[in-house]
Design a protein around this ligand. Structure first.
Ligand SMILES: C[S@@+](CC[C@H](N)C(=O)[O-])C[C@H]1O[C@@H](n2cnc3c(N)ncnc32)[C@H](O)[C@@H]1O
Length: 303
């Protein structure tokens, strides 16, 4: 990592027109995270404090006149995102049950189905339970890469989790000269050693990052912007799919969570949003980061 402070840039506008200008200017992104509107209908209102007053201006519209219109809106924008990826880049598309299935088909069309690298099922812990029928308690993040050589930092501690208690007791029975507990497994004639303190690779269902850290007014992280995502979620994605020298993009950045997380991790980043309120809040968060520094502006802590 360079010792220079990381930089962030915010563009107000439709990513469909802003992205080509960034690409023609030579920008290529190792990581693009996008959290588009979910075709939930209506408007999304913000809860914004101005002095002593709290008011609720419209942040953005989420009404597209049906699925086809929603997909038609996404198609050219996702194609521009693909064009903006570097050769080691990946695109993480955050959706919910309302649009994830048709967007998966669309992304297969744009990238080719072989470019689908998997999905994260995020369980934010706040889904309401229905009296009848199936409750929805997760969201999905689809991951596509331009090439097979995309960045994925499989050994980053953020992508590891402790082995199950029973496995710890039953399998990790050996200790090396430095005191580290391990187990060995022989697969296909080759013996592999697994250390207890490294943990196992994290699975694709993430249950340990609550939405509440971003959405309750009791938390410092809350900006009042609707559908704000937790910084911890974005930090995990950025640690997984970028390097310190990577350029990170969020082309529908809302309150700027991706930019805030990228700055905390020392990555240069770019945000785009067509909502003036989104750009205003994102700019304020960036400024808070620059003035208070990484340690002060921490995520998810009650004041
Ligand atoms: C779900 S919100 C993003 C929330 C964000 N992840 C956060 O943590 O605050 C979706 C955002 O997409 C923006 N948006 C929708 N269409 C857009 C477009 N064509 N270009 C740029 N931004 C767009 C909306 O203004 C809204 O801020």
């Amino acid at each position: 990592m360079t010792s220079e402070a990381p930089s962030a840039t915010v563009h107000q506008g439709d990513c469909l027109s802003v992205l080509p200008t960034l690409v023609s200017g030579g920008a290529r992104f190792d990581l693009i995270y996008v959290d588009p509107p979910y075709n939930a209908g209506g408007k999304r209102g913000a809860r914004v404090e101005q002095g002593e007053r709290v008011h609720g201006p419209t942040a953005y519209e989420d009404h597209w006149g049906g699925r086809d219109a929603f997909i038609s809106m996404l198609r050219p924008r996702l194609a521009e995102m693909r064009a903006a990826l570097s050769s080691v880049g990946s695109l993480w598309v955050h959706l919910d049950h309302r649009t994830v299935h048709e967007t998966k088909v669309l992304l297969d069309e744009i990238f080719g189905p072989q470019s689908f690298q998997g999905e994260v099922i995020w369980v934010p812990g706040n889904g309401g339970r229905k009296r009848r029928g199936l409750s929805v308690t997760h969201q999905t993040i689809l991951v596509y890469s331009k090439t097979r050589d995309f960045i994925y930092n499989i050994h980053d501690p953020e992508l590891r989790e402790p082995y199950a208690e029973t496995s710890q007791r039953m399998h990790f029975t050996q200790t090396d000269p430095s005191g580290r507990r391990y187990r060995e497994r022989t697969l296909g004639g080759k013996t592999y050693r697994y250390f207890l303190d490294e943990g196992r690779q994290r699975g694709s269902v993430w249950t340990d990052i609550p939405a509440m850290s971003a959405n309750t007014p009791l938390r410092r992280e809350t900006t009042g912007y609707p559908t704000q995502k937790p910084v911890a979620l974005l930090e995990r994605i950025i640690k997984a799919a970028s390097k310190p020298e990577s350029l990170v993009l969020d082309p529908m950045c809302g309150s700027g969570t991706t930019l805030f997380a990228a700055l905390r991790l020392g990555r240069n980043c770019v945000g785009i949003d067509q909502s003036p309120l989104a750009c205003q809040i994102t700019t304020r968060r960036i400024r808070e980061f620059s003035t208070a520094g990484r340690e002060e502006v921490h995520s998810g802590e009650a004041p």
